[in-house]
Design a protein around this ligand. Structure first.
Ligand code: LLP
Length: 856
């Protein structure tokens, strides 16, 4: 078992991950993060992609007299890398290049390449990549120690045959000598795939050898984990080339991973799991090119204990040996006899199925199994039974714990085999694998049908995004247009105040935002939460777009009525909180829409509501928002009725005779996740199941705007698409929405002149004509508003400054440590995105007039 205190993490990077200098930048970053986290990192790497194939083909090329050209191609590949990485390629690689020349010349001269020579040749791919990788890591400011893996990895067996040189193994288990040897290093770079034998000759660990090396290293160092970084994001529920519905599997047991790797998943070499598994070291498979994805974690326990199918794989090029005969019936020793034939002919068997007169076994694709050997096997077996060898079949396997329990679900997918043979069925004794062997051209289609039918939409903690979702082209981010106030700078400077402050609102921007909200396809009615900015001119602008007004007080209702005397009451939605009885009476008398946000009115003034239509605000436990103070749902919020009081609501509805025609929730303000409103809607719809009169789901406001120049923008189109999903799920409801900030925040700026400048300790303070009396958001929520010197808009910044107002509070800080150009008394500062919750939340504190307002 690995000790939890081990500082080591082993990270393995495959050929495509190390092939470009720029990916070494990523590798360096990943390593640096771990080192900063007090970990020690051992990186195991492969040869640059394509190089192993070139080296493997080199002997044949050399024998044909093309050795020089091949050697040149291999050298060029590395020199190109070095040039792109701005490294001295010739100098770094001189020793390996000369060995490459010697080996190629030797092969041409002797006329053959022994396994020993081929092993040494192949190892050069890893050694050259190591020299380049080491230099790249150094160029990124790290201090790696270059470890020659042949000094650590000792061959498990000796011999003169090809296997001993080309497909060896290493004893696993802890290696205290290595641990001491690496004690002083934070970062080590070592080659995968290579080892040495007792004569200090180079030997290889076979294909997939670098994964296995990483696992050996992890076991030797008793590492915390071994991370396999590759060019796919982890193990999938099917080969993504087969079906793009293949799902990323977030967690598997060693046993499951072994099964998937063995059954044809190409991501992880099956051999690599053993050493980590025996040492109990978690393996994590991750994508170098999509490091944000969590990958697949492989540990002792499956990610999900429930019996479930995790993967479907298909292995093609499988051969079947079908053995038939009556003599096998009740013949003791029959199986022993025929399996002895397999043993003698050196043919390894994968699946077996037996009946009274038939034994069928499958043979994995094996390039080493030639016709002659197969014929020998056939002849040997024919002494006992009739033998038929069936080529070109495919093994389709279902992998997952308790696979037996889902067999009944296979029927529809297997229907096509009514007229075509299923050649073999095998169910593993560990109940982790169920395999059918069918003709090769049926295999892939069957795998896709089984996968998409049984796993495609699977829920559960193990199933991550599908391949299609992961690789979907990233939608271009909404571009932030140049802010309106840049184009109107001259006009703003002309109107700028000499003292105090002035809010300026851009009517066009408000109009455009209101139109965008009115245009949401999946929203039936939109309301402007006018608490954000009740300026009369802006209310008039919003009105022209058809958007209604959400009011939180009679004051707001009266403001709308004054400004828009002809507005029908149907366009006012009154949503008070803890208001007095008289406010409800007034609203009911006017005939506005009304939202109740507690049971008190129904319990205590039922007569007001008899036969009246109301909407009821709910409080699901789902607080959201840019600051604690603006979260309006959850156990700490004073708004709405908690979902566990729905029965009380039902009773109050019955006794008061009120008609509840809608549910409402506003969970908070400044939300930037585009699926938020859809999720709220789904919660409301669920609650509405018990209230037959409900036809409206009001999902509230809260649409966030970017707080700083480089913060992400909420994509309104995505909000709409999400709501379209909601509508599809619950088509019988109208969807309402009531944003405030989104319509006005970016339409407003606050202008204020610089009054004084002061250096105090190490802080440069820039004083302004107005402060928290005009804009309280920074003091109240720590909100960030960008601040520019409008008088010197595009001048280069000269340093950091804190911008403060004239109010007698240390919290009177509009912005800390902002980059500004050389700023003087009288310059005009512009504080942006202040059109929402700005002037309306201002005060006369210190008897200083808050900023005035101007609409342009
Ligand atoms: N609907 C209801 C019931 C609300 O309470 C609010 C805001 C809204 C809609 C509009 O939310 P918006 O779309 O503007 O985020 N003073 C804070 C914001 C408080 C919001 C209060 N309720 C701020 O400056 O961030």
């Amino acid at each position: 078992m690995t000790t939890l205190t081990s500082p080591w993490i082993v990270m393995k990077f495959g050929g495509t991950s190390v092939a470009q200098p720029k990916t070494w930048g990523l590798i360096a970053e990943l390593a640096r993060k771990r080192i900063e986290d007090k970990r020690k990192v051992l990186i195991v790497h492969s040869a640059l992609s394509g190089v192993s194939n070139l080296l493997e083909a080199l002997p044949e090329q050399a024998l044909k007299g093309h050795g020089e050209a091949s050697v040149k191609a291999i050298k060029l590949r590395h020199l190109d890398f070095a040039r792109d990485a701005k490294l001295e390629g010739q100098a770094l690689l001189a020793e390996h290049f000369s060995r490459l020349d010697q080996l190629a010349a030797g092969i041409a001269l002797i006329g053959e390449a022994s396994a020993r020579v081929r092993a040494e040749l192949m190892a050069l791919g890893e050694l050259m990549a190591s020299a380049l990788g080491l230099a790249c890591l150094k160029a990124h400011g790290l201090k790696p120690y270059g470890l020659d893996s042949r000094s650590v990895m000792k061959a498990a067996f000796e011999g003169e045959d090809a296997r001993a040189y080309l497909d060896n193994a290493v004893e696993d288990g802890p290696d205290s000598y290595l641990q001491t040897r690496l004690d002083d290093y934070q970062l080590v770079l070592a080659q995968g795939f290579i080892a040495s034998n007792a004569h200090d000759e180079t030997v290889l660990l076979g294909r997939g050898g670098s994964d296995t090396s990483a696992s050996y290293y992890a076991a030797k160092l008793e590492a915390q984990s071994v991370e396999i970084w590759t060019d796919v994001p982890g193990l999938f529920s099917a080969d993504p080339r087969l079906t793009s519905g293949a799902r990323l599997l977030s967690a598997l047991s060693y046993e499951e991973a072994q099964e998937i790797a063995t059954m044809g998943g190409k991501v992880l070499h099956p051999r690599s799991i053993g050493p980590a598994r025996r040492a109990g070291i978690p393996m994590v498979v991750r994508d170098t090119f999509r490091p944000e994805l969590p990958g697949t974690t492989i540990t002792e326990k499956p990610g999900d204990d429930a019996p479930a199918l995790k993967a479907v794989s298909v292995k093609t090029g499988v051969r079947l040996v079908v053995m038939e005969g009556s003599s096998m019936w009740r013949q003791a020793g029959f199986l022993a006899e025929i399996f002895a034939c397999f043993k003698h002919c050196g043919v390894s068997v994968d699946l077996v199925s037996t009946s009274e007169t038939n034994v069928t076994v499958s043979l994995d694709p094996d390039p080493g199994l030639d016709e002659a050997r197969l014929q020998r096997l056939k002849t040997a077996l024919e002494a006992y039974c009739r033998v038929q060898i069936v080529e070109n079949t495919a093994a389709v396997s279902l992998v997952g714990y308790g696979v037996r329990r889902i067999l009944h679900k296979l029927a529809p997918a297997l229907e096509v085999f009514q007229d075509k043979p299923i050649r073999l069925v095998s169910q593993a004794a560990n109940d982790l694998n169920f395999t059918v062997v069918v003709d090769e051209d049926e295999g892939r289609a069957l795998a896709v049908r089984l996968h998409d039918g049984l796993i495609g939409d699977a829920d559960g903690p193990v199933f991550g995004p599908s391949w299609a979702e992961i690789t979907a082209p990233v939608k271009a981010k909404p571009q932030r247009p140049d802010p309106w106030w840049r184009a109107k700078r001259e006009q703003l400077l002309q109107n700028a105040p000499r003292e105090g402050g002035l809010y300026v609102y851009d009517r066009e921007t408000v109009h455009a935002r209101a139109r965008a909200i009115a245009g949401l396809k999946s929203v039936d009615r939109a309301w402007f939460a006018m608490k954000a900015n009740p300026h009369p001119e802006l209310l008039k602008t919003v009105e022209t777009t058809g958007v209604g007004f959400e009011c939180v007080s009679l004051g707001e209702v009266n403001r709308v009525r004054e400004v828009l005397p002809d507005l029908p009451m149907d366009r006012i939605l009154f949503t008070p909180n803890f208001a007095a009885r008289s406010e409800y009476e007034a609203a009911l008398a006017l005939g506005t829409h009304l939202t109740l946000d507690s049971l008190h009115p129904l319990h205590h003034w039922p007569e007001l509501f008899n036969d009246k239509n109301v909407i009821v605000r709910l409080n699901p436990d789902r607080p959201r928002g840019h600051h604690q103070h603006v979260k309006t749902a959850g156990p700490k919020a004073k708004f709405g009725i908690p979902l566990d009081q729905l029965d009380d609501l039902k009773a109050a509805v019955a006794s008061s005779g009120v008609n509840v025609i809608g549910f409402h929730c506003h969970a908070g303000s400044g939300v930037t996740e585009p699926d938020h409103w859809k999720e709220l809607g789904a919660i409301l719809a669920k609650a509405a199941e018990h209230f037959p009169d409900i036809r409206i789901l009001n999902v509230g406001g809260g649409l966030g705007i970017p707080e700083s120049a480089d913060a992400p923008i909420l994509d309104l189109e995505l909000v709409d698409q999400n709501l379209a999903d909601l509508r599809k799920a619950v088509p019988d409801y109208q969807i309402w929405m009531e944003p405030g900030r989104y319509l006005v925040a970016e339409a407003g700026v606050l202008l204020t002149p610089v009054t004084q400048i002061k250096m105090s300790f190490s802080t440069r303070f820039i004083g302004t004509g107005t402060g928290m009396n005009s804009l309280i958001r920074p003091a109240l929520y720590g909100a960030r508003h960008e601040i520019y010197n409008l008088s010197k808009l595009d001048e280069a910044p000269s340093g950091l400054a804190s911008i403060v107002g004239p109010i007698c509070e240390s919290a009177d800080l509009l912005g800390a440590d902002r980059l500004l150009p050389e700023t003087e008394e009288g310059d005009i500062l512009i504080i942006t995105e202040t059109g929402a919750y700005g002037r309306v939340m201002s005060s006369h504190y210190n008897l200083r007039e808050p900023a005035g307002e101007l609409v342009i």
